[in-house]
Design a binder for this molecule. Structure first.
Ligand code: G4P
Length: 198
């Protein structure tokens, strides 16, 4: 998605060789025009999948997910990372380990909002090791609902998440795919040099 690539190039800050800081438009300040375009793009890619719910995880997944849900005209649910005072019983709970933050979160979704006849699109801001996406997928499966696909804003293709999710049979659609963050530079998958055989 060109608009997003341009934004990453203009405003993304590479930290070490692994982390892309995008807090000027995705993770802290948010760009509503970009969010709207991303929602339209996910809706276009998953059109015809019969999606009935969009599922994400707080907090940065919420903006792209709500825009996608708006386009698809379905509800959006976000998994909570912190125990809610009013959400105590009748919840699906999964453990999600974050390699980036080195912490485990218990993520929860109320059983009220996921039903066995739902077709769920999972949306998240970053895909690194795939822990968050797998945790959300386990919740959907516990509900007996179907997973229509996984929409990711920024895939770090040099980490294993995308491959693991694809191998597990999920359709993964990423708006941009990053091949490398080596030497402080962002290289997109499409731009990676093609090595000839000779
Ligand atoms: P995984 O879910 O794919 O396994 O990823 P990981 O555990 O490594 O990531 C945990 C958190 O770090 C997630 O945010 C994820 O979005 C974020 N993250 C991973 N790689 C990057 C990166 O290169 N840049 C940025 N900016 N974030 C990254 P979270 O804990 O859910 O935080 P938030 O949604 O509350 O902001």
């Amino acid at each position: 998605m060109k608009l997003l690539k341009d934004k990453v190039m203009a405003e993304g800050i590479v930290l070490g060789n692994q982390v892309l800081k995008v807090d000027s438009f995705l993770n802290h300040q948010m760009d509503p025009v970009l969010m709207k375009e991303m929602g339209a793009e996910f809706a276009r890619r998953f059109a015809g999948e019969g999606i009935t719910k969009v599922l994400t995880i707080e907090s940065s997944g919420i903006a792209p997910a709500i825009m996608t849900a708006l386009e698809l005209n379905v509800p959006m649910i976000f998994a909570r990372k912190h125990q809610s005072l009013t959400l105590k019983d009748n919840i699906f709970v999964e453990k999600v380990y974050s390699f980036t933050k080195r912490e485990t979160n218990e993520i929860t979704v109320s059983k009220k909002f996921l039903r066995a006849d739902d077709r769920v699109l999972i949306v998240d801001d970053f895909l690194a090791n795939g822990e968050a996406a797998f945790g959300l997928a386990r919740i959907v499966e516990k509900a007996g609902a179907a997973i229509a696909g996984i929409g990711i804003v920024i895939e770090k293709s040099f980490q294993p998440g995308a491959r693991l999710l694809t191998e597990a049979g999920y359709r993964v659609e990423s708006l941009v795919r990053i091949a490398s963050l080596e030497d402080g530079a962002v290289a997109f998958v499409e731009d990676a040099p093609i090595h000839s055989c000779d």
